[in-house]
Design a protein around this ligand. Structure first.
Ligand SMILES: [Zn+2]
Length: 310
């Protein structure tokens, strides 16, 4: 149907199709979560006195937020979220993330190419990332890593590893932390972090491994990020990991617009909802939300070098 359209219209049609696919997958997510917490006020309508949170992993550059980006940031602030770290997952998204960070005092960004979107880099690609990395509020190289859940082809997995190692090297050259995506690639991830990545630092975001793996990562100096799935009934190993991880190595994040916590599962996620994940984590650890928020915000400032007025 799109064959007769001009390139601009075709791009718009493709974008629409991608959005429809994402919306459909959110609806499926919602279906497999019966019940959930009901009748609670949204985070921005709750008291934020004494609460300082950072959403340490978001994607706020995309079209999901084109209509209400400023309002979304205002809602985050009202919910006690004092900073958002947004990540590029393609070159184009990295450029958008960098310009958002340049424009907003409390938005920070990471630039990089996600494993699902990698291609063989040229020197020019490295140079573009390095140039963005020197911009205002750019605090990391990411989102980078390995995704064997979506990628089954061995040649393409090999390319993922190559581009991951290349972006780790770039982060070392720039003396920046990295933000790592790891889905069903735990073995190769650990192997790379113990060899090429042994001098890198950063965060394993949306952690999905075992406590054994977490222990190894902690020993190597990595931070662990947890998201909305902590609130799901099938949270599996996550509560144990949140309970056992030392207070100074834990981060909270949304990965928005994906992975909404309950009771918003299946709907668009946004930075304000990091408060829900933080509440659940604080509950698991037997801490007050205020204390947990203060500690994880301190951690975020340490690993990403954030300068926020706290
Ligand atoms: Zn992400």
């Amino acid at each position: 149907m799109t064959e007769n359209l001009d390139p601009g219209a075709r791009a718009a049609a493709e974008q629409k199709a991608r959005k429809a696919a994402r919306d459909a997958s959110r609806k499926t997510e919602a279906l497999d979560e019966p019940g959930g917490r009901k009748e609670i006020l949204p985070p921005w309508e709750q008291d934020a006195e004494g609460i300082s949170l950072v959403d340490t992993h978001a994607h706020i550059d995309g079209e999901d937020f084109d209509e209400d980006r400023e309002d979304m940031l205002a809602r985050a602030k009202q919910a006690g979220v004092i900073a958002v770290v947004t990540f590029g997952d393609t070159m184009e998204a990295s450029a958008r993330a960098a310009s958002l960070a340049a424009k907003h005092e409390n938005v920070f960004a990471g630039v990089g190419v996600h494993p699902e979107n990698v291609y063989p880099f040229t020197k020019d690609d490295d140079d573009r990332l390095a140039a963005w990395a020197k911009g205002k509020n750019i605090v990391a190289i990411g989102e980078i890593g390995l995704d064997y859940y979506w990628e089954k082809d061995e040649e393409k997995r090999k390319l993922q590893r190559k581009m991951f190692v290349r972006q780790l090297a770039l982060a070392r050259d720039l003396d920046l932390p990295v933000c790592i995506h790891d889905r069903e690639a735990h073995g190769d991830l650990m192997m790379i972090l113990k060899t090429e990545g042994r001098k890198n630092r950063g965060v394993i975001h949306c952690f999905s491994g075992s406590w054994e793996m977490a222990k190894e990562l902690l020993k190597l100096g990595w931070y662990i990020g947890v998201d909305g799935p902590l609130t799901y009934k099938n949270a599996a190993k996550l509560p144990e990991i949140v309970a056992k991880t030392p207070a100074d190595r834990l981060l909270v994040e949304t990965d928005c617009p994906y992975l909404s916590p309950l009771p918003y599962r299946g709907k668009r996620n946004e930075p304000a909802y990091v408060r829900i994940t933080a509440e659940r984590a604080a509950e698991i650890r037997g801490e007050s939300l205020e204390d947990f928020a203060a500690q994880t915000t301190k951690n975020a400032c340490e690993i990403y070098g954030l300068k926020v007025g706290i």
